[in-house]
Write a protein that binds this ligand. Structure first.
Ligand SMILES: [Zn+2]
Length: 101
């Protein structure tokens, strides 16, 4: 098994609290955003979702992340969305990152 976390549009922060929340497109940056915790993500080639280091403000469009279209994507972290260092390897690393913003 690879050291990575996949998301099919479910918010990785809310799902750890047993809350189902699927990203929606936001109207502020064209990013994806969780309607509950406002985590923001950017869709990146080839199959990544980069978690921004800033929350959104909840201005959402009705477009919901469609897993049939965009599939399961590997979660990356800022500051850069390049290179293997940005792949979030496990939940501990994800949560350490999520508390920083
Ligand atoms: Zn969330």
């Amino acid at each position: 098994m690879k050291n990575q976390i996949l998301s099919d549009g479910q918010c990785p922060q809310c799902s750890q609290k047993n809350t189902n929340s699927v990203f929606q497109e936001n109207s502020t940056g064209g990013y994806w955003e969780c309607p509950i915790c406002n985590l923001q993500l950017q869709m990146l080639a080839p199959n990544h979702l980069g978690i921004l280091n800033q929350r959104g403000i909840g201005k959402l469009k009705p477009t919901v992340y469609d897993k049939n279209k965009w599939g399961k994507r590997v979660l990356l972290r800022k500051p850069q969305f390049e290179g293997d260092d940005c792949v979030i390897k496990n939940l501990d690393e994800l949560n350490d990152y999520l508390v920083t913003f």
